[in-house]
Design a protein around this ligand. Structure first.
Ligand code: TXA
Ligand code: MG
Length: 334
């Protein structure tokens, strides 16, 4: 299959209406879209990504009126969240309505829905007037794509087209919140922070499994390895001197060592490759660059990677969650 570089949104909408799959930018990461009502179309997403079929997809809508065509029994708390955070990086899990492909919901009674705020995504969704299922547009297990080039690296020849809208704004995925329980539960930290949510609807629950791999995951997607670079990644919680010692030990054994740090600390380590991921004082810049830097490590010949650890408040919670998953929960503490 030849993957087209699409510049006309109408062309992308036409392809989606003809059951084809097309990648498009959102404010979080690039999505790989297909008509959520069509088994044929949604099956193409799973095939292109090599995604396990028990991991449900988020349904994207371009207008509020569409919500009641995909979800039912929408509780007040969800309405409040929608009022405050849509369009934007918040996915709300609700009871589903008949008519969606069972592949989208992986057989669950619920559906995750979001209205993205990226102008290209919104325009495309409005143009198709379809609910669009869209996971991140990467090969399953690889870091999510934050540029059109990342999408092409993974999916060229496997999908009908890519709408390249430049780098995405937030760089990590949407927050997923389950509103089918008495107290809403955050299943995945993301672009809308826990603090922002609690300011609006009060205390929410947190599914601990995103911090601890041993607890059973409630969001099916949370049990798979994600975002991993080729070389094994370990998070280091401790001082620069502690991290430098670890590097030295590995190099003494003949290993080539990569380090993931921030721009402030680029000169702080002596290792084989040192890559900076945004600025420590600006957590948004770290989120924006995280997946790109994880991908970049594959261009270098390193045997292992050590990453500094970041503060897990606000957007930092999503950053640390993705890093933990990329590391397979490997952490060394001083
Ligand atoms: O920012 C985003 O959310 C991006 C962009 C493209 O919108 N999409 C995205 O999709 O991250 P994906 O498929 O990579 O992640 C969807 C997450 C998975 O962890 C999945 O398990 C969870 O949402 N999810 C989807 N539907 C669910 C449901 N009904 N119940 C619980 N979790 C659900
Ligand atoms: Mg994903």
């Amino acid at each position: 299959m030849k993957t087209k570089n699409i510049t006309d949104i109408r062309e992308a909408a036409n392809l989606l209406q003809k059951e084809e799959v097309v990648a498009f930018p959102t404010e979080t990461v690039y999505g790989l879209g297909a008509n959520a009502r069509s088994d044929e179309a949604v099956a193409k997403i799973f095939a292109a990504k090599g995604r396990p079929s028990d991991n449900p997809l988020i349904v994207h809508i371009g207008a509020l009126e569409q919500l009641e065509t995909v979800a039912s029994n929408i509780p007040d708390v969800a309405q409040t969240l929608i009022h405050h955070f849509w369009p934007g990086p918040l996915t709300i899990v609700l009871l589903k309505k008949e008519g969606l492909s069972d592949l989208v919901t992986a057989g669950l009674e619920t559906v995750g829905v979001r209205m993205p705020s990226h102008p290209v995504a919104l325009q495309l969704l409005k143009e198709t007037q379809l609910p669009i299922a869209a996971p991140s547009a990467n090969v399953s297990g690889r870091p999510s794509p934050t540029t059109g080039k990342h999408v092409a690296e993974d999916l060229n020849g496997k999908i009908s087209g890519i709408v390249d809208g430049g780098p995405t704004g937030i760089g990590v995925e949407s927050t997923v919140i389950d509103c089918t329980t008495a107290i809403p539960v955050i299943l995945r930290p993301g672009g809308v922070t826990r603090e922002q949510i609690e300011a609006v609807i009060g205390t929410v629950q947190f599914d601990g499994s995103f911090k601890n791999s041993k607890e059973a995951p409630k969001s099916p997607g949370m049990k798979y390895t994600h975002y991993a670079p080729n070389a094994p990644l370990t998070i280091v919680k401790g001082s620069q001197a502690f991290l430098q010692n670890l590097i030295n030990e590995q190099r003494m054994k003949g290993n080539k060592v990569g380090v993931l740090t921030t721009e402030e600390n680029l000169e702080a380590y002596e290792a084989d490759v040192v890559l900076g991921c945004g600025k420590k004082v600006d957590i948004l810049s770290i989120a924006q660059n995280l997946y790109g830097v994880l991908r970049s490590f594959n261009e270098y010949d390193v045997n292992l990677i050590y990453s500094e650890s970041f503060i897990d408040l606000g957007l930092g919670l999503a950053v640390m969650n993705r890093l933990l998953k990329a590391s397979g929960y490997r952490i060394i503490e001083e």
